[in-house]
Each structure stands twice: as C-alpha cells, then as structure tokens.
Design a protein around this ligand. Structure first.
Ligand code: UTP
Length: 281
C-alpha cells in the first residue's frame, strides 16, 4: 500500500577510499564545492516531497549530528533555498539519528533505522552517490512517483557496460518493459564476476522499499565480503514475491560517485558550474 515515506541515509561507513581526508572529517561532511555533501542528498530528499529523514551514523562520527542539529535550527530558506523556490510553501524537516555500533554492511545499517518502524515503507539514499538532476524531477522523486503508482518497491538503475557490471549490484530486467524507463526486476546479484551475468543495469544508491523488506533485513545473513548486504535482502524479497514485486527505474540525471577521490573532485566542479561559477582548469 502506498503511504507517507520517510528516508534513511546510511552514513556509518568508514570512508576508507577517501583517506586521509576521512581520518579527520566524515565523508558526508566533505565539501562538494562549498556545501557539505550530505546537504546535496538532503536537498534531493526534500525536493522529492519527503521531510522525515533518519540518519544512520556512528559514534566515531559525531560531527554529522552536530552539524545538522545546528542547521535545522536556522532558517530553512537559508539552508535549502532551492527546495523553497521549487516546492514553495513551508517544509518542516524532521531529522533523527540512529547509531550503527559496528560497520557490518549496508543491509545492517538500513535495518538499524527501519526496525523501529516495521510497518512503514521507506526510501534509502546513499550519500556518496550524487545525482545532478532537474529540481522538478530529482532522482529520488522519480522513484517516489513510480512507487505512488504501484505501491511496489523501486530500485534506481543505471545502464552499464559488461566490464563495469562487476563493480555494482546488477539487475536483470523482465520484458516487455513497463514503459521506456521502467521494468520489473527478475533477478539481482551483488558484483557478479565478469562473464557470469547477462545484466546490463547497475543498481545505484536510490531505493524505495515496501515494508516487507524488513523481515529479510532482520535475518541479517553475511554475504559478499563478509558484510550484511542490502542486495541480498532485496533478492530474498524478490524471491518471496514470486519475482514480481520490485520495479527498476532507469534514473534521469547525471550520477557522480563521490565516494572516490576523483568523483569527489568531479562533483565539486559540476556543482560550481551548475551555479554559474566558471572553473578554469
Ligand atoms: P560504501 O561502501 O560506499 O561506504 O557504503 P564506506 O564503507 O563508507 O566507504 P569505503 O568503501 O570504506 O570507502 C555506501 C554507504 O553505506 C554506508 C556508508 O556510510 C555509505 O554512505 N554504510 C556502509 C553504513 O552506514 N554502514 C556500513 O556498515 C556500510
């Protein structure tokens, strides 16, 4: 059933790929041009019409909470001018924090938040996966509107080459497609070894889940790399629904993986240029 969604931002990871910067500063507060990166994903969530956000963080990263608690006390117009310009009216953000004691994997991080509302559907946004989209159709908003149509779980997808597939969770799609951007998902596999999957779409860091995902997250089995993987819980939900419960939406917009050093730099340049600031390199 379609209902009011809240959004989870998992932000308890170690950020090892961005060391040494992340030894001093949480990845989510590193600047994208002049804004902490978490502001870009919060803006996307608010533009998508969701005001309730649960951030999963770690006791090692108290700065995230300190920063956001200061920010929500300020004028919303100053903090999120694009949201006010695009959506008009007044949005009252509600931001909560839960802690993941140990970085056991993305599936575990999501469950640390979602277990407190087992009957609620929710969105998940990965804060190092940045989408630069039209503010009227933010990446998460594309999933939310597809969810509103069907009440089913939605995964953000990106077309990839056969070579790139092994870096991502891979999705096989059913034919015929639902429309030019949407298909039911028939199978999922986390980082398939080269040549072992026909999939041509990667799952990116935007999701909307119907609440039955919680019972699969609760099982908490370790998967690839000894981590509790979100992909494994989604695959189990797909199997238990007879393979018809999850929709893949190819997202419109430019995605930048800001969890890598080069990606972080590209995202800063993209953000500056979007704001009309010329960058001569
Ligand atoms: P990543 O694997 O991209 O982030 O997880 P990471 O672990 O921080 O980065 P590296 O690989 O060490 O450089 C995707 C998102 O999931 C969160 C991360 O904070 C990131 O936002 N995450 C991951 C958790 O919250 N908990 C975990 O146990 C794992």
């Amino acid at each position: 059933m379609s209902q009011n969604l809240y959004a989870i931002i998992p932000a308890a990871g170690m950020g090892t790929r961005l060391r040494p910067a992340t030894l001093a500063t949480p990845k989510e507060l590193l600047p994208i041009f002049d804004r902490p990166s978490i502001d870009l994903v919060l803006e996307e969530i608010f533009l998508s019409g969701i005001n309730h956000v649960v951030i999963v963080t770690s006791k090692r990263k108290p700065m995230i909470r300190e920063y956001l608690e200061g920010r929500v006390d300020e004028s919303f117009e100053n903090w999120m001018p694009k949201v006010v310009q695009t959506r008009g009216g007044k949005l009252v953000p509600k931001i909560e924090f839960v802690y993941q004691e140990e970085a056991l994997g993305l599936g575990h991080a999501v469950y640390c938040a979602s277990q407190h509302r087992p009957q609620s559907d929710f969105a998940v946004v990965l804060p190092d996966d940045l989408y630069f989209s039209d503010p009227e159709t933010p990446a998460l908003g594309q999933l939310v509107s597809s969810y509103r149509d069907s009440g089913q779980s939605q995964l953000g997808l990106m077309p990839v080459s056969a070579e790139e597939l092994e870096l991502y969770g891979a999705a096989c799609l059913e034919t015929p497609e639902i429309d030019s951007n949407r298909s039911a998902i028939s199978a999922l596999v986390e980082k398939p070894k080269r040549g072992t999957s026909d999939a041509r779409h990667a799952v990116v860091g935007r999701y909307v889940f119907s609440h039955p995902i919680n019972s699969h997250l609760r099982e908490g089995e370790k998967g690839l790399g000894g981590e509790i993987q979100l992909t494994d819980a989604i695959a189990k939900m797909l199997a238990s629904s007879g393979g018809h419960g999850v929709i893949g939406v190819t997202l419109q917009g430019e995605r930048i993986d800001a969890g890598t050093k080069v990606g972080l730099l590209r995202a800063s340049i993209r953000e500056a240029r979007a704001r009309g600031i010329p960058i001569a390199l």
